[in-house]
Design a protein around this ligand. Structure first.
Ligand code: LLP
Length: 419
């Protein structure tokens, strides 16, 4: 049994009962399934097997060192979005040639770090950044490899907060500006344009926008070639969604079928930067009920409602609050209690601190253990210390056993930074 599945009444991760893990390690707790990570990485790799490709796992989705190492071991390369992520990638054993560096606001310090390391490609976001990068590279007497992040003005049809490919978004360079920029870059001694990059958004479940972005890259690559700039790769970013509610969504094979016929025309190798698709379903957040409060009645049916207050909230998983994201929330051990309609909320002093609204759950008991599913991506990495709450521990289940891959933060860890 791989991933989060029930063994009778009890939810388990790769066959290890979650209540055992939570009793030993406490809550809130992130639990990851290494078998799921491996299966989902391989599914993407296999879907693109017929074409030259490299998978650069997007560290931003989850960069806990052991997770990054696990992916490296599976053959992945890395997509880093900050100097910190570059350092984590190196610590996890990725070579500089396995790292692409993206980000809309790279500081000169971060650019210098990437140039000094000699990363595979720096995905540049503006003409100003190219000029800064050229100066930094020339100072070091090197020529740095650059891919231009194109803004293809494509609507990814996802939540507006995670759409990045529209002209009105802050990301990338409009396609129409790219040929002139490349022409000017030919005279820069510190710059070698090696690729084009596009990332139009995240949690994309309609493949047409991804195909349109791929087409925009291929068209632009052809135009550049005709004008004398030869590039080596097209980086099609990440964005492939997952099913949070159990409804079917396109998978890696559908994705490959949608984009490969287009990309093939270019004859160029491709880079993929998947994050969520690999890691979201591989993680769950375990949390215990702290209080159950009466919340009046449902206006439509007059059924009683409850607030179920958990020991995890927006500080551990901000996605429901920030993007109205839906995550399944289930009791780890199923009880026969009658169902109640509940708002499952966190303990913070914010009304929007909610994990799920209007959920039918067996009437919960204080102390009962719950799992918030598909929380492996943009979960732990987006935690905060608001209300002086401490980062949760994280464990990885491998071969029928678990190990702590990030210990729970202590208040002393926080106070060590203060005077
Ligand atoms: N490449 C670039 C340049 C990106 O900006 C991103 C994500 C990825 C790759 C990976 O995308 P993925 O395959 O994971 O969709 N916090 C939000 C998601 C933000 C995504 C940011 N960029 C959430 O929780 O939904």
């Amino acid at each position: 049994m791989i991933g989060f599945q029930r063994d009778g009444a009890a939810l388990a991760c790769d066959g290890v009962p979650l209540d055992r893990i939570a009793s030993a390690e406490g809550t809130p707790l992130y639990v990851y399934s290494s078998a799921t990570i491996a299966a989902r990485y391989r599914a993407i790799d296999e879907a693109f097997a017929g074409y030259p490709h490299r998978i650069h796992y997007a560290l931003k989705a989850n960069s806990t060192l052991a997770i990054a190492r696990l992916l490296r071991g599976l053959g992945s390369s890395a997509d880093a979005n900050s100097g910190g992520e570059i350092e984590v990638a190196i610590l996890a054993g990725f070579t500089p040639a396995q790292i692409v560096f993206t980000g809309v606001g790279k500081t000169s310090g971060e650019l210098a770090q990437a140039v000094a390391l000699g990363v595979r490609s720096i995905n540049v976001e503006s003409e100003g950044e190219i000029a800064r990068l050229d100066a930094i590279a020339r100072e070091r007497g090197v020529r740095t490899s650059v891919a231009i992040r194109v803004n293809p003005d494509v609507d990814a049809k996802t939540h507006p907060h995670i759409s990045t490919g529209l002209r009105t978004n802050k990301f990338g360079i409009p396609a129409s500006d790219v040929p002139d920029i490349c022409r000017r870059a030919q005279f820069m001694d510190g710059i070698q344009i090696v690729g084009l990059h596009a990332h139009i958004g995240s949690q994309i479940t309609d493949l047409a926008p991804l195909a349109n972005a791929a087409r925009a890259l291929v068209t632009l690559a052809r135009e550049l070639r005709d004008k004398g700039t030869t590039i080596e790769h097209l980086d099609i970013g990440g964005g492939l969604g997952v099913s949070y509610d159990g409804e079917p969504v396109p998978g890696p094979v559908d994705y490959a079928n949608a984009v490969l016929p287009i990309l093939r025309e270019s004859g160029l190798a491709i880079v993929l930067e998947p994050g969520r698709h690999i890691i979201a379903p591989a993680g769950a957040l375990l949390t215990r009920v702290v209080d159950v409060k009466d919340a009046g009645v449902r206006p439509t049916t007059l059924e009683p409602r409850a607030f179920v207050v958990m020991d995890a909230g927006m500080t551990e998983l901000i996605r429901p609050m920030l993007y109205d994201a839906f995550h399944r929330i289930e009791p780890v051990v199923r009880t026969g209690a009658p169902l109640v309609c509940a708002d499952v909320v966190g303990p913070l002093c914010e009304s929007s601190d909610t994990l799920g609204r209007d959920r039918m759950v067996p009437r919960p008991q204080v102390g009962e253990l719950y799992a918030v599913l598909d929380a492996g991506a943009y979960g732990a990495v987006m935690s905060s210390n608001y209300n002086r709450r401490l980062f949760p521990a994280e464990v990885l289940v491998e071969n029928g056993a678990w190990r702590v891959i990030r210990r729970r933060q202590k208040l002393q860890d926080l106070l060590a930074l203060e005077s």
